[in-house]
Every structure is written in C-alpha cells, then in structure tokens.
Write a protein that binds this ligand. Structure first.
Ligand SMILES: [Cu+2]
Length: 173
C-alpha cells in the first residue's frame, strides 16, 4: 500500500509538472539561469580541482544534471489518466455497471447524507479478488476513495457495510 501510494504521489507530482509546462510556456526562462549557475559551479570546481592536482569527483553538479534529464523524460512519457466518479448511495453504487479503459482512476464518493459506505473488492469480507481495491474504512458523506484500475479484467466489488450493494468494474485495454 505504501508503495502504491508513493507511485500515486509521484504520478500526481508529474501531472502537476506537466500542467505547469503546458499552461505556462513562458516560465522556461526561469530554468536557464539555474543551469548557467550550475555550469559555473562545475567549471569553478573543475578549475579548483586541477589547481589542486588531486583527483576529486564533481559530486554536486552530476546528480543535478541527471535529475533534470530524468524529469524531462518522465514528463514527455506521461499520459494523463481519465477519471470516473461512482456514487455510493443508500441503495447501492451509481452506476453499478462500471465500464472503463485500463489506467482509469475511479473516485468512489459517498453521496448518502445519512449513512456510511465502504467500497471494496469481492469477496466479502476478505477483499482479495483485486488486492488493494479496499477503502479500508467507512466513508462519511462526501468522503471519497480513489483507485486506479491498471489491468484489463472484470472486478466484482461491494459495499463492505452493506454487502448486498454490488458493482462490477469491467476494464478493457
Ligand atoms: Cu466486504
């Protein structure tokens, strides 16, 4: 769970970075001065190193350059995922026949003012049909639980507090 949370967070960070790049094309001027500063630091360090005639690694500059290249590659490869919202009401899931493509994030939101709901994978009560698909707690009104369905397949699920409330998520390529 911790790992998937970390992945989700990094995806969100990339999405944010992607949005910045897309919406504010005028900002790149902020980057070159930083690069220039880094280059100056490198040449300063190299000069110092050669004057000292000792073998020293440039420990500060190298990771920074690598980091920049990795970030650019990740942003270029990033594809935004579609999002679908599913309501948890006092009589079940809306919709209960959920059809999505792989990579879609589904937001399960409690739309029931008078009750709590808990979306989870079948089978009840162990929830291991699709490991990870489990809110792990009761959701109050307006609270939500998100899950990204990565792999094609058919995933039956239910409301853990009302196991007769059922839904099926069908994920295609
Ligand atoms: Cu259950």
């Amino acid at each position: 769970m911790k790992r998937s949370l970390a992945i989700t967070l990094s995806i969100a960070a990339l999405a944010f970075a992607g949005c910045q790049t897309a919406t504010t094309p005028a900002t790149p001027p902020a980057t070159p001065p930083v690069v220039a500063t880094t280059t100056q630091q490198i040449s300063t360090q190299q000069t110092t190193a050669s004057q000292q005639t000792t073998q020293q690694d440039p420990p500060v500059a190298m990771p920074a350059e690598l980091k920049t290249k990795m970030t650019i590659t990740a942003v270029k490869d990033y594809k935004p995922y579609p999002v679908m919202t599913v309501g948890l009401a006092d009589d079940g899931f809306y919709p209960s026949d959920i059809r999505i493509t792989a990579g879609t994030k589904v937001v399960f939101q409690n739309i029931d003012e008078n009750g709590e709901h808990w979306p989870a994978s079948d089978p009840h009560p162990i929830h291991n049909g699709l490991p990870g698909l489990d809110a792990k707690k009761a959701l109050k009104y307006n609270e939500f639980y998100e899950y990204i369905f990565d792999k094609p397949g058919t995933y039956p699920m239910h409301d853990h507090l009302n196991p007769n409330f059922k839904a099926v998520v069908t994920v295609t390529e």
